[in-house]
Design a protein around this ligand. Structure first.
Ligand code: PRX
Length: 652
C-alpha cells in the first residue's frame, strides 16, 4: 500500500457503528427501499443497454435520437451513438421551455458580501451572450478555451457557453502558477484564455491577470484573452490586439443563440489532474454520457427535491465543481448556492452564516474543511441556526470517523444522513456512495456502488482476491460518465488505466469490502498523494524541485497530517549551497512558483544521499516512515547504503 493515511485505516478497520436514515427522510426519498436499489442495480448490470437507453431518453433532450446505446471495445467506448444533444440545452433551455424559467438557478455570494441571483431564464440569456461573444472571438466547435477565473457566476456561464457551441473548456484552478497554466495551454493547444482582473481571497485581491500575462508569454497557441472585471483593479495591463474585456465582448451581445445540436461524443471538457508521472494529464469527457451521469448521480445521491437549496463548496477548478456545481445540479433544475471566497473570511463562521442566510438544505464539502471547522471551534457553529440542513455530503478523500461524527452531530444535528462519495476526475461523477434514504451509513465507508458501477477487487495479476482483505479497485464495465481518454495521448491512456488488468479500468485506489458488502477505500496504489482533497503526484513535485539549480536529487512523499489528510515531505540532496533555512524556504517557494501554492512542500529535509535499492530506485517506503516519524519498518535488505538511513534519521 502506498501513501494512504495509515492512521485512518486502523480506525476504519475497527469501525462498526451504523447510522440508519431517519424515517421521515426515507419516506420522501428518491430511493426509499432497499429492494428498489437492488432492482435498479440489477437492471443496470444485467441489461445495461436497455437501462441506459431509458435513462437517456427520459433525462436528456435529443435533437436527434441515438441508434446505439453503448459501443464498447475496451478501452474505447461510445455512448448514445448517432444521437445529437447539447449539455447547455439540458442545463438551461429544457427548464425554460418547461415553464420553469423563473426558478432560481444560482444564488451567488462574493467574498466581500456582494450577492446576485440568476433565474434559469436569466442564466440562459447570459450563457447565450457569452457563447455569442466566444463566436465573435473566432471560437468554434473543437477549439479549446482555457479558463483561469474566480468562483463567480461568469465561470459557470463560460463553461456552459463553451458547451453551447461545442468548444472544449479547460478550467485551471485559480491557485495554479503561471508555469502550470502555460503547460496546460500548450498541451491542449488552447486558442482562447479567459480570466479576470483578480479575485478576492481572505480580504485580499489576487491579481489573476498578472499571472495569466506571465503564462501567456510562454503559451504558444493562445490568440486572444478575454478578461472579466471582477475586482475593479486599476492599471490592468491589456495587450493591444490580444486582450479584450468581457463587458465589451459579452455584455453587448443579444443573448439569443440557439444551442448547437452536437454528436453525443463531442468533447465537452478537459480537466488536468495528476497521475503517477510528472506531467499532469488532460482528462477528456464528452457530452451525452457525462451529462447523463452527472445528472442522475446528482439526483440519486443528493436526493434532490423541488424546494432544496443545494450548496457544493467546491471550486469549478476541480471535477467536483464541474459535475456538482454546474452540470449535475443545473441539469436537474436545482437551486445552487455559489460562494467565491474562503471559509474563514471575515470570520470562521462564514459557511454557517451562508447556510443560515440562504436556508441551505443540502451541503457537499470536503473532509479537510470539516477538520478545519473542528479546529476552529464549535462556537462558530453554535452562533447559527442550521436547522434548514437535511443532507450532508463529503468528497475528495476518506473522511476519518472522528470528523464524520462531528459533521453528523454538530452540523447535521444527528438527523442528516451523510453521503461519503467516492469517485475521481476520471469517473466523471460519483461511483460509490450511500443512498441517503436507504443506506445505514458507517463512518469512513463510501458504502455501495451506484447503479451502473461494477467494482472489482483484484490482485496485481488481475485475479479476484478475498474482498475483505483488500486489493486494487477496478471497474469491469463501462459507465456513461467514464473518461474517454487523455487529451492528445491515447497511448498513455491505455497504459495508465487499462494495461495493469487488460480490459478493466484501474482506479489507482486500494479498497476492501466488509461482510455487509460495504466498500472502504484504503488509499492509493501509486505515487499520488492527496493534500486537502487535491491530487498531486510526488514525481511532479520532485521535478519542480530538481529544476532548482541547487538540487541534485529529490524524493517526495506524503505523511499523515491532521488537517490536510496528507502533508508533503521532500528529501533533497544539494550542490554548491549551504543546507540552511534560507535554502529550505527558497525551495518551498520554488515549487510554489513552478506548480502553485497547493504543491508547496510542508517540510524540506537535506540528505547526504537518498536511500536506493540496488537497481537504483528510491525507497519511498522508508522515506514515508521517516517523514511520518515512525520507526523504519519492513525489509531494508536491498538498501544500497545502510548508512544513508542513519543519516536521514539524524536529520530529524
Ligand atoms: O484516492 C481517491 C480520493 O481522491 C481520488 C480522486 O481524486 P480527484 O480525481 O482529484 O477527485 C476528487 C473528487 C472526486 C480517488 O482516487 N477520494 C475521492 N473521494 C474519496 C476518496 N477517497 C476516499 N473516500 C472518498 N470519498
Amino acid at each position: 500500500m502506498a501513501d494512504s493515511a495509515s492512521g485512518q485505516i486502523d480506525h476504519v478497520l475497527t469501525e462498526d457503528r451504523l447510522f440508519p436514515p431517519p424515517a421521515e427522510f426515507t419516506q420522501k426519498a428518491v430511493f426509499s427501499t432497499e429492494e428498489q436499489y437492488l432492482e435498479t442495480y440489477a437492471r443496470a448490470r444485467d441489461d445495461r443497454d436497455e437501462f441506459w437507453k431509458a435513462e437517456a431518453q427520459e433525462h436528456l433532450h435529443w435533437f436527434e435520437p441515438f441508434n446505439e446505446v453503448c459501443k464498447w471495445d475496451a478501452p474505447n467506448v461510445e455512448w448514445f451513438v448517432g444521437g445529437k444533444t447539447n449539455a447547455s440545452y439540458n442545463c438551461l433551455d429544457r427548464h425554460v421551455e418547461a415553464g420553469r424559467g423563473d426558478r432560481t438557478a444560482i444564488i451567488f455570494e462574493g467574498e466581500p458580501g456582494d450577492t446576485r441571483t440568476l433565474t434559469y431564464s436569466e442564466l440562459l440569456t447570459e450563457v447565450c451572450k457569452c457563447a455569442e461573444g466566444l463566436q465573435s472571438l473566432g471560437i468554434t466547435q473543437g477549439d479549446v478555451v482555457s479558463v483561469y477565473m474566480p468562483m463567480t457566476p461568469e465561470l459557470a456561464i463560460l463553461m456552459l457557453a463553451c458547451a453551447r457551441i461545442g468548444a472544449i473548456h479547460s478550467v485551471i484552478f485559480a491557485g495554479f502558477s503561471a508555469e502550470s497554466i502555460a503547460d496546460r495551454n500548450n498541451d491542449a493547444s488552447a486558442k482562447l484564455m479567459v480570466t479576470a482582473d483578480g479575485l478576492y481571497r481572505r480580504g485580499k485581491v489576487l491579481p489573476l491577470k498578472e499571472t495569466v500575462d506571465q503564462a501567456l508569454a510562454k503559451s504558444t497557441t493562445i490568440e486572444k484573452c478575454l478578461v472579466l472585471k471582477r475586482v475593479g483593479q486599476d492599471n490592468v495591463s491589456m495587450t493591444e490586439g490580444r486582450d479584450v474585456w468581457w463587458h465589451d465582448v459579452v455584455d453587448t451581445q443579444d443573448g439569443k443563440l440557439p444551442a448547437v445540436p452536437l454528436d453525443s461524443e463531442t468533447s465537452l471538457f478537459i480537466l488536468y489532474t495528476s497521475g503517477s508521472t510528472g506531467k499532469p494529464k488532460g482528462i477528456l469527457h464528452t457530452t451525452a454520457g457525462y451529462n447523463l451521469w452527472a445528472k442522475r448521480t446528482f439526483e440519486w445521491v443528493f436526493d434532490h427535491r423541488e424546494d432544496d437549496v443545494y450548496w457544493c463548496t467546491a471550486d469549478c477548478g476541480w471535477i467536483t465543481g464541474h459535475s456538482y456545481v454546474v452540470y449535475g445540479p443545473l441539469s436537474a433544475g436545482a437551486t445552487c448556492l455559489m460562494y467565491e471566497g474562503a471559509p474563514n473570511h471575515p470570520a470562521e463562521d462564514r459557511f454557517w452564516d451562508l447556510v443560515e442566510k440562504y436556508k441551505v438544505t443540502i451541503m457537499y464539502t470536503a473532509p479537510t474543511a470539516v477538520r478545519a471547522f473542528i479546529k476552529w471551534g464549535d462556537e462558530h457553529v453554535d452562533k447559527h441556526d442550521l436547522s434548514s440542513l437535511r443532507l450532508l455530503g463529503s468528497v475528495g478523500e476518506g473522511i476519518n470517523p472522528e470528523a464524520w461524527m462531528w459533521y453528523h452531530e454538530k452540523i447535521g444535528n444527528s438527523k442528516c444522513p451523510i453521503v461519503d462519495t467516492w469517485w475521481q476526475t476520471e469517473t466523471g461523477g460519483i461511483m460509490m456512495s450511500p443512498l441517503p434514504g436507504i443506506t445505514a451509513t458507517k463512518p469512513g465507508s463510501c458504502c455501495k456502488p451506484l447503479p451502473g458501477v461494477i467494482p472489482e477487487i483484484l490482485d496485481e495479476t488481475g485475479r479476484p482476491v478475498d474482498p475483505s482483505s483488500g486489493g486494487m479497485l477496478c471497474i469491469g464495465q463501462p459507465w456513461p460518465g467514464m473518461l474517454r481518454g487523455i487529451y492528445g495521448d491515447q497511448e498513455r491512456y491505455v497504459q495508465q488505466y487499462w494495461s495493469t488488468v487488460p480490459g478493466k479500468y484501474l482506479t489507482g485506489d486500494n479498497a476492501r469490502q466488509d461482510s455487509d458488502g460495504y466498500y472502504w477505500i484504503m488509499g492509493r496504489i501509486d505515487d499520488v498523494i492527496n493534500v486537502s482533497g487535491h491530487r498531486l503526484s510526488t514525481i511532479e513535485v520532485e521535478s519542480a524541485l530538481v529544476s532548482h539549480e541547487a538540487v541534485c536529487e529529490a524524493a517526495v512523499v506524503g505523511r499523515p497530517h491532521d488537517l490536510k489528510g496528507q502533508a508533503i515531505s521532500a528529501f533533497v540532496t544539494i550542490r554548491d549551497r549551504e543546507p540552511d533555512e534560507e535554502l529550505r524556504q527558497e525551495l518551498r517557494m520554488h515549487v510554489r512558483k513552478q506548480i502553485g501554492a497547493l504543491a508547496q512542500p510542508d517540510d524540506v529535509r537535506f540528505a547526504a544521499t537518498l536511500p536506493k535499492t540496488r537497481s537504483g530506485k528510491i525507497m519511498r517506503r522508508l522515506l514515508r516512515d521517516i517523514a511520518a516519524g515512525k520507526e523504519v519498518a519492513g525489509d531494508t535488505s536491498t538498501l544500497e547504503d545502510f548508512t544513508v538511513l542513519a543519516k536521514l534519521k539524524e536529520e530529524d
